[in-house]
Design a protein around this ligand. Structure first.
Ligand code: Z5A
Length: 211
């Protein structure tokens, strides 16, 4: 059986990842593909518990290395329990964030040296890398406005200042420029139907390349 494909969706907060992940899943299912939708940190029972710790504002002063290692602990579990088995079965795995988020948030955002993240990436993932990364992009102010009306208190990341998210956005764009074969940049400032037309166009072309 042909191995599946690994698609990740990335971007700063409020770009519309959650909203558009469902669209990507439905689009692929319409092409008769088996799709597993998941997220990071999370995706497994243990991973979701680690997610709660990572987002909990009570752990506001968590050491940067603790945050980094918890992200990769959740990822190790996610790969072993969900991602690899699904890819081996031939499924398409669509994941809300993956290791590009670690380079963007812990690397550019928190200042962890890139080589340290690469070391963990190689150790935890072996050769596993996304086949396609959809980067939803918009200015930080627009993303923040979109999530501002959300009910409930801000999580540990949402409490960061605009310059943190600017570094995160810049890192995503730099990574996309460095790996144009894997990344597709989607203009997320457009109204939702237009964002989804862009996604459909990109996915159709990419699936064509795969066949
Ligand atoms: N994190 C990390 O630091 N390191 C890592 O390695 C990983 C993650 C994997 C949780 O991620 C945190 O984990 C994240 C980074 C960190 N923190 N931050 N920031 P998350 O993905 O669960 O959290 P998030 O980025 O905060 O997600 P979000 O705020 O829910 O944003 P979203 O999913 O991209 O947006 P949305 O909920 O789909 O849309 C937001 C609103 O905009 C909503 O009302 C929509 O209806 C609206 N929307 C969506 N699209 C449009 C358009 N086109 N026009 C107008 N309005 C729109």
């Amino acid at each position: 059986m042909r191995a599946g494909r690994f698609i990740t969706v990335e971007g700063i907060e409020g770009v519309g990842k959650s909203t558009n992940l469902r669209f990507v899943k439905e689009y692929l299912e319409q092409q008769d593909l088996d799709v597993v939708m998941t997220r990071e940190p999370g995706g497994t029972t243990l991973g979701e518990s680690l997610r709660s710790l990572l987002l909990d504002p009570h752990h506001k002063d968590m050491a940067v290395d603790t945050e980094l290692l918890l992200m990769f602990a959740a990822r190790a579990e996610h790969i072993a329990a969900l991602i690899r088995p699904a890819l081996t079965r031939g499924s398409y795995v669509v994941c809300d964030r993956f290791t590009d988020a670690t380079y963007a948030y812990q690397g550019a955002g928190r200042g962890v040296p890139e080589e340290r993240i690469t070391l963990l990436e190689d150790w935890v993932q072996g050769g596993l890398r996304p086949d396609l990364t959809l980067l939803l992009d918009l200015p930080v102010t627009v993303g923040r406005e979109r999530v501002a009306g959300r009910l409930g208190s801000a999580d540990r990341f949402e409490q960061e200042e605009a310059d943190f998210f600017q570094r995160v956005r810049d890192c995503y764009l730099a990574r996309a420029a460095h790996e144009p074969g894997r990344f597709r940049i989607i203009d997320a400032t457009r109204p939702l139907p237009e964002v989804q037309s862009q996604l459909a166009e990109v996915l159709a072309a990419w699936l064509e390349e795969q066949s």
